[in-house]
Design a protein around this ligand. Structure first.
Ligand code: CAA
Ligand code: NDP
Length: 293
């Protein structure tokens, strides 16, 4: 597959940043992951290594390809290391203030011709672009979780995104062997506009006592053939991210049907963010996940 450039920077060594680094390195890009804390980066690199090793043991990847991909990935806590990047994908926390602050620090470091993209799940691309020095070279490249497995990437242009930026992003995503869908710049785009209200409704179903965590997840897995139950999926996405997306839908579309369930708010306030914090609708701290309700 044709590579469009060599150096890809990722901001945020969370589950998405690491997943994007994983697939980009497998496609031959030199990847640098930036995050605030050294421990985050170390944990992220360990996760990538584990996921690559699993692909080797499943026969999906050769040992040589695993080693070659790992050798292409490095981590940094110094934003100045983003200077040589041709494309930077921001995959930090789903919070507009956090993302704006990152762009303010990142833009002066980048080459003028570098492309900047965000993996945001919901936020306005046009508004985020306005917080950069390059709205014409800025757009949404929205990967799905888990990135190494999910085939889709949503591409979202802001009002100022140039056609050449969009074309380069398409070539980049195709070089990762992902399928593209194009969404307009409306709150939460396509996948999350449809998926998150379903998850929020599952949380209301729990909140109103219609079913237990286990009943709701079993119902949707066996009754609707979903690979994961909606509460299991919410924990997998991260409850903070789910809440942020619902808030963007609620604020952006001004319709009460998007009101985040108060139980979701409570879990996030408790720091029960799902798998990444060890507890959400399930408790992951033991050998097997145990429903928390
Ligand atoms: C919030 C947003 O902005 C947008 C989003 O991403 S919304 C979320 C979209 N994602 C989904 O809806 C995921 C729904 N769940 C699924 O599709 C499946 O449960 C799943 C693919 C995650 C796991 O599938 P499964 O059959 O239960 O598990 P399993 O057989 O162990 O894994 C299947 C593959 O996924 C891989 N995998 C599972 N979890 C993984 C992870 N966290 N990271 C990387 N790879 C993972 C496994 O290694 C395996 O790979 P191979 O096929 O190469 O062997
Ligand atoms: N989870 C999902 O299923 C999906 C998420 N997304 C989107 O991808 C983005 C990342 O999500 P996800 O990976 O799940 O989130 P995570 O919480 O797993 O990771 C976010 C990472 O960003 C780091 N971070 C926070 N602030 C900064 C900063 N100023 N500079 C550098 N790094 C920072 C966090 O560090 P710390 O924890 O120390 O704050 C953390 O390591 C979000 O925009 C989300 O909406 C898109 C598709 C799917």
């Amino acid at each position: 597959m044709t590579k469009v450039f060599d150096n890809v920077g990722i901001v945020g060594a969370g589950q998405m940043g690491c997943g994007i680094a994983h697939v980009a390195a497998l496609a031959g890009y030199k990847v640098t992951i930036y995050d605030l804390a050294k421990e985050r980066i170390e944990a992220g690199l360990a996760t990538i290594n584990g996921n690559l090793a699993r692909q080797v043991s499943n026969g999906k990847l050769s040992e040589e390809a695993r080693k070659a991909a790992l050798a292409l990935i490095s981590g940094t806590t110094d934003i100045n290391d983003m200077a040589p990047m041709d494309l930077v994908i921001e995959a930090a926390t789903e919070d507009e203030t956090v993302k704006r602050k990152i762009f303010a620090q990142l833009c002066p470091v980048l080459k003028p011709e570098a492309l900047l993209a965000t993996n945001t799940s919901s936020l306005s691309i046009t508004r985020l672009a306005s917080a950069t020095d390059r709205p014409e070279r800025f757009m949404g490249i929205h990967f799905m979780n888990p990135v190494p497995v999910m085939k889709l990437v949503e591409l979202v242009r802001g009002i100022a995104t140039e056609e050449s930026t969009f074309e380069t992003a398409k070539t980049f995503v195709r070089s990762l062997e992902k399928t593209i869908t194009v969404a307009e710049d409306f709150p939460a785009f396509i996948v999350n506009r449809i998926l998150l209200p379903m998850i929020n409704e599952a949380i209301y179903t729990l909140y109103e006592g219609v079913g237990s965590v286990e009943a709701i997840d079993t119902a949707m897995k066996l009754g609707a053939n979903h690979p994961m139950g909606p509460l299991q999926l919410a924990d997998f996405i991260g409850l903070d991210t789910c809440l942020s997306i619902m808030q963007v839908l609620h604020d952006g579309l001004a319709d009460s049907k998007y009101r985040p369930c108060p139980l979701l708010v409570k879990y996030v306030e408790a720091g029960w963010l799902g798998r990444k914090s060890g507890r959400g609708f399930y408790d992951y701290r033991g050998e097997h996940p145990i429903p928390t309700r």
